[in-house]
Design a protein around this ligand. Structure first.
Ligand code: FES
Length: 330
């Protein structure tokens, strides 16, 4: 009988799952894929296309990685990691130290980059390692028989991961692929404005890539309805809000002044409070915290415009306060 793998809770009461590194594979010159499976062959918690997991790295921090494989699969999670020369520990650990057979802890999948499955046409712009959540999405759209187009920009062919898998999905399904290789175009960048301008009124647009790509994409879709535009960031792009207000933790009754130059998260960690975290740059959603009183100054890339306006929650790694005090559900 195939039971689901057991979950335990970490200090933040978020579920943790122990999984085994089953396979590590070369995908491109700086990119490795890692296949994770349950310890006993049980099914893993389900996910939807565009979701990510948080992987614990040595020292107890977590890093978020998008799931590449199809949401139909329950026997594995497939992630891909780009070895960053300026690694803060995550990509160096995965690419240099991790070995098949290792047992690692993850938080189960969450999705901040969901797929709108009913769109008449789904148009994707993926840059470099930003292709990873998009592969799961085109797999899903194939399963649904939906129209999609992928624009995939890479520095060079040697740096391009998953070309074979993307070609497989193109042949099997209902999509079109445009590969843009910078070095074949004298360094010229992918045209994003044109496809967005010419797209059908019911198209949905997705982008995951480096900041220049996301900036070009944001300009190209500026006139499109907000709910048809979907972005996944690699890293924070704005300065975190810091200092000059007070935070009260409703559950313990403790309060802390947040001085200039400090974030809420950094002050809580300095004072021995446990805070669930991963990216610490406002892009993964791990530190989302309920706001009971006060108005946050939102700086993250996770909450939608509607969620920001509601002020019901905030990312405490980067967001601050517009009021003198915030009462948080911590
Ligand atoms: S830790 Fe990732 S959004 Fe705060």
């Amino acid at each position: 009988m195939n039971l689901s793998a057991p979950l335990i809770a970490d200090q933040s009461q978020q579920s943790l799952l122990a999984v085994r590194v089953h396979t590590i594979r070369y995908e491109a010159e700086t990119i490795r894929s890692v296949e994770l499976r349950s310890l006993d062959g049980a099914q893993l918690p389900p996910f939807t296309a565009g979701a990510h997991i948080d992987l614990e790295i040595p020292g107890g921090d977590f890093r978020s990685y998008s799931l590449v494989n199809s949401q139909e699969e329950r026997h594995r999670y497939l992630i891909a990691v780009n070895r960053d020369p300026k690694s803060r520990g995550g990509s160096a650990y995965v690419c240099d130290t991790m070995r098949p057979g290792d047992i690692v802890s993850i938080r189960p999948p969450r999705n901040n980059f969901g797929l709108y499955e009913s769109a008449g046409h789904s148009i994707f712009f993926g840059g470099g390692i930003g292709i990873t959540p998009i592969i799961s999405m085109i797999s899903r759209l194939n399963a649904l028989g939906r129209k999609w187009t992928l624009y995939y920009a890479v520095r060079s062919r040697a740096a391009a991961a998953y070309l074979d898998l993307i070609e497989h999905y193109r042949q099997q399904g209902t999509g079109r692929v445009v590969l843009h290789v910078d070095e074949d175009n004298n360094g010229g960048v992918l045209d994003i404005a044109g496809p967005c301008r010419d797209a059908e009124p019911d198209a949905h647009f997705y982008c995951c890539g480096p900041k220049p790509m996301i900036d070009a994409f944001s300009s190209a879709v500026a006139e499109r309805p907000d709910d048809t535009v979907h972005v996944e960031h690699f890293s924070g792009t704005v300065e975190p809000a810091t200092g000059g207000f007070r935070v009260v933790l409703a559950r313990s009754g403790k309060s802390f002044d947040i001085p200039e130059g400090k974030t809420i998260m950094s002050v809580l960690l300095d004072n021995g409070e446990f805070v669930a975290r991963s990216c610490q740059e406002g892009v993964c959603g791990t530190c989302e915290t309920r706001v009971l009183q006060g108005i946050p100054d939102h700086k993250d890339h996770v909450l939608s415009a509607r969620e920001r306006t509601s002020n019901k929650s905030m990312m405490i790694c980067c967001s601050g306060a517009k009021t003198d005090e915030l009462v948080l559900d911590l």
